[in-house]
Ligand binder design. Structure first.
Ligand SMILES: NC(=O)c1ccc[n+]([C@@H]2O[C@H](COP(=O)([O-])OP(=O)(O)OC[C@H]3O[C@@H](n4cnc5c(N)ncnc54)[C@H](O)[C@@H]3O)[C@@H](O)[C@H]2O)c1
Length: 287
């Protein structure tokens, strides 16, 4: 499949990442079939996309007509079969292997033979996901960052089986979305989380050992290292449960004790202090 033959894209899962992925494809001129399991999740996604397009309008990046045509290109559906017309597909369903397997197996049956199927997983091995399908050579990782409409990076991950054609197509497609793709080979945590999670973990150890308060740790990294967010603010934004899960993947996959999750992170998760989404993590948030 060449880049100019791609007109319609299927996005599987309309949650945090799925709505952002649908937004950037529709904004770039693609018809987007956005599939989720219940209408209420689709309604929530369209509502979020509308608000985010309004924000882009306020910043002068988009006019009223651009907003209208972007929304008109979105086709929300609960019908899995509707994805059959797609020329490219991205899955963004929950990070659970059994859900990924069910969705990828079904999508693989429905999509035409030449169509590339991409996964937005942040921690499951791309090579293992590719092997769940009958199109392992046309399977690739397309790791968008949250919030998708804002963040520049797409980590394009090559599974062991990914063909040059599928890989190059995904790199080019990411550029058409206005993103900057970076090529990475499949390995636990890819590059993004392999580098980020030990930073967050070490910051948590600093708090646990009384080296500094969360505010002080974040101030050091923002003012001294020019990070736009401190590692603990960022951990709260990502979700401390998600951070612990990814650290487990790094620890299991690479076998090095340096990746073991900080006990303080695990304790916060046990307390239900998951970060922004639960109202409390390293910091307290107003609802
Ligand atoms: N949240 C992040 O910051 C982030 C960043 C990068 C990558 N990711 C990855 O993106 C993926 C999605 O994460 P998320 O945060 O958007 O999750 P989420 O829970 O916000 O959204 C997942 C959506 O998938 C839907 N879903 C469940 N089963 C489905 C099915 N069978 N078919 C279609 N939709 C189905 C759910 O109803 C939900 O709306 C995960 O693999 C995650 O690791 C997340």
């Amino acid at each position: 499949m060449s880049l100019d033959l791609i007109k319609t894209v299927a996005v599987l899962g309309a949650g945090t990442m799925g709505n952002g992925i649908a937004h950037v494809f529709a904004r770039a001129g693609y018809k987007v079939i956005l599939r989720d399991v219940e209408q209420k999740f689709l309604d929530r996604a369209i509502d979020t996309i509308t608000k985010n397009l309004d924000r882009e309008m306020k910043k002068g990046k988009l006019d009223e007509a651009g907003k209208g045509s972007t929304l008109a290109r979105l086709v929300p559906t609960t019908d899995f079969v509707a994805i059959a017309e797609a020329d490219f597909a991205v899955e963004a369903v929950p990070e659970r292997i059994e859900i990924k397997r069910a969705v990828l197996t079904e999508a693989d049956k429905l999509l035409r033979q030449g169509v590339v199927l991409a996964s937005n997983t942040s921690s499951i091995g791309m090579t293992a996901l590719a092997a769940m399908t009958k199109r392992p050579d046309r399977f690739v990782g397309m790791h968008f960052m949250n919030p998708v409409p804002v963040m520049q990076l797409v980590e394009v991950i090559r599974a062991l089986q990914t063909s040059d054609d599928a890989f190059n197509l995904t790199m080019e497609l990411s550029k058409k979305l206005g993103k900057t793709p970076v090529a990475v080979n499949d390995a636990p945590g890819f590059v993004s989380n392999r580098v980020l999670m030990p930073l967050i973990n070490e910051a948590a150890y600093c708090v646990m050992e009384g080296v500094a308060t969360p505010q002080a740790v974040d101030a050091v990294m923002k003012l001294g290292m020019n990070h736009p967010m401190g590692p603990l603010e960022l951990a709260d934004f990502i979700g401390l449960d998600v951070c612990v899960d990814i650290l487990h993947v790094l620890h299991d996959g690479l076998g090095d004790p340096k990746y073991r999750a900080c006990p303080l992170l695990k304790k916060y998760v046990a307390a239900g202090w998951l970060g922004r989404k639960s109202g409390r993590g390293f910091y307290a948030y107003n609802s």
